[in-house]
Structures are given as structure tokens and as C-alpha cells.
Design a protein. Structure first.
Length: 316
């Protein structure tokens, strides 16, 4: 009798494991085909000479040496991408949280204002970028016309290397509706009793935000920052369209276009992947940039998660 009990337990555990795998199989298949396999393939081809037509040949670290040392635009693209990550993501989170706080204070017409702030996010990225390029046109745009009437400086915006990235940041802040909705929902979920208790203790507006609001919405802030970093690391469409429109080559498909216009100030790592992989047919070097993008995204995410854990421990 004692010899058959372990066998029965093993069969029971085996059936439980198979049942668990059956439930997990859709996720496991999706993870394998759409994440693990592409990631491993990208890493594999980063060590190969491959043009998409001939069979790949092993070249060791030549692709890495070319991208990091000989490709003339890598470090400029990396600097631009990190600038967008640090500045654009920070301002989007702060601005989205500020709009969310403002909306929650509105007593009447909450649904109307929420809709008004959310609508710009629904605009297609290409159309929104073209509209902003028109509004910020240094010669004929209404924004510079207004600034001139007020006696203020008139920047070159998308035609000026010093102002092109701030102009893209303004475009990102205009479409802040996604974060506004998320932050508004989180703020409305904070218990009113906590605010009342803080007021009874004599807490001011900043102290209520610091010790009541912020700890309650920390997971939402982390979500907004992490997703913002990942999205900005893939920043491509708006920078490319803005450069084409500002350079006057948006409608001339056969005319050569300097990616990153003006003077490489909007050149990003995703544009580099496209340039190397689909314009120069150097897929090995393009995979190197893709691996670097993935590593940077993971590093930013790990740093943010660690900082979040430390913040919660300090509050505790």
C-alpha cells in the first residue's frame, strides 16, 4: 500500500502540471513566437553579415565595431533619443498629472473637459505632426506671427537644430489625453477620508499631495513613466514627418531626404535601424542598434522599478 501512494501522488502532480501548461500555452506560444524568437534572432544576426538576400555569414564583432566606432550618426542618434526620453517623458508625466489634478477639481462639466483634453490624443500621428509643422512654420505659421506681435523671439522650430526637439516635445504634450485619463481615474480613486484626516492634522495643499495623493498613485506614475520610456525609445514617425515637412520634401517621394533634419537634431535610434536595415541593406548592423535599444529600455525599466521600491520603503 505504501508503495502505491507515491506513484499516485506523482500522477496527480503530473496531471496538475499538464493542466497548468494547457492554460498557459496561449501565452507561452505568443511569448515564444512574438518575443523570444525575434529577440534571439536579432541578437544572432547582430554577429552576422546579412543583407536580407544572401545567406548570413559570421563576422564576430565587426557589426558592433562599425556601429559604435565607424557609423557616423550613432552617438548623435543616441544623444537625441536619450534627450527625448529624459525631457519628453518627464514633461508628459508632469503635464498629464497636472491636467488630471485640474480636471478632478472641476465641479461642473467634468465630462466635457475630459473629452476636450482627450481628443488630441486621437489625432493620427502623421496628421498631427503636419498640423504642428504648419502652426510652427517660422515664416508663415500663426504661432510665430503671434510671438512677433507680442515682441517675443520667433524660433525656427522644426528648421532650427536648437528648437526641433522642443517642438517635438510640444507636440507630445498636446496629445497628453491618454495620461490625463489614466491619472484622472487614479486621482478619483484616492480615499476622501485620507484627505480629510490630513486636513484635520493641519496639512496644506502640497503636504496633502506629497503624503496622500502621491503614495496612492505611485503605481500609476510608474506605469506612465515605464510605458513612456518604451514608447519614446521607439520614437520614429513624428520626427521623420516633421523633418520632411520642414525641409520641403514631404510630397517628393523620389527626392533624397536627410533623415534627422535639421542637421541630425531629430535623428533617433529607430530611424537608424531603418536607415541601416532598409536603405543600406546592412541588417546585421541594424540588429546591433535594435539590441542596444532593447538593452537601454530594460536598463531604464529596471532602474525605475528599483527606485520605486526604494521610495515605498522610505514611506513605510
Amino acid at each position: 500500500m505504501t508503495a502505491t501512494v507515491p506513484a499516485a501522488l506523482k500522477r496527480k502532480r503530473r496531471r496538475a502540471n499538464l493542466r497548468t501548461l494547457a492554460f498557459l500555452s496561449p501565452w507561452l506560444i505568443g511569448f515564444g513566437f512574438f518575443f523570444a524568437y525575434p529577440l534571439l534572432s536579432t541578437l544572432y544576426f547582430s554577429f552576422m553579415k546579412y543583407d536580407g538576400f544572401a545567406a548570413p555569414t559570421f563576422t564576430g564583432l565587426k557589426n558592433w565595431d562599425y556601429v559604435l566606432d565607424k557609423y557616423p550618426f550613432f552617438w548623435q542618434g543616441l544623444g537625441n533619443t536619450l534627450w527625448l526620453v529624459l525631457i519628453m517623458v518627464t514633461l508628459r508625466v508632469v503635464f498629464g498629472l497636472g491636467i488630471g489634478l485640474l480636471v478632478t477639481k472641476i465641479k461642473t462639466g467634468l465630462g466635457f473637459f475630459r473629452t476636450v483634453f482627450y481628443l488630441p490624443f486621437l489625432a493620427p500621428p502623421v496628421a498631427a505632426t503636419i498640423a504642428f509643422a504648419f502652426l510652427l512654420n517660422p515664416g508663415t505659421g500663426p504661432v510665430n506671427h503671434l510671438l512677433g506681435n507680442l515682441g517675443l523671439p520667433q524660433p525656427g522650430w522644426f528648421t532650427d537644430p536648437e528648437w526641433s526637439k522642443p517642438a517635438l516635445t510640444m507636440l507630445a504634450l498636446w496629445g497628453i489625453g491618454d495620461l490625463m485619463v489614466i491619472f484622472t481615474a487614479a486621482l478619483l480613486d484616492v480615499s476622501r477620508e485620507q484627505y480629510e484626516a490630513a486636513e484635520l492634522d493641519g496639512a496644506g495643499a502640497w503636504q496633502r499631495f506629497r503624503y496622500v495623493t502621491l503614495p496612492n498613485i505611485t503605481p500609476i506614475v510608474l506605469f506612465a513613466v515605464v510605458t513612456g520610456v518604451i514608447q519614446t525609445m521607439q520614437y520614429y514617425t513624428q520626427a521623420m514627418v516633421a523633418g520632411k515637412v520642414a525641409s520641403g520634401k514631404a510630397g517628393n517621394s523620389g527626392e533624397a531626404f536627410e533623415a534627422g533634419y535639421p542637421h541630425g537634431s531629430t535623428w533617433t535610434l529607430p530611424q537608424m535601424v531603418y536607415n541601416l536595415g532598409f536603405q543600406r541593406f546592412d541588417l546585421g548592423s541594424a540588429c546591433v542598434v535594435a539590441v542596444i535599444l532593447f538593452a537601454l529600455s530594460m536598463a531604464f525599466t529596471a532602474l525605475l522599478l528599483r527606485r520605486k521600491s526604494g521610495f515605498l520603503q522610505e514611506d513605510a
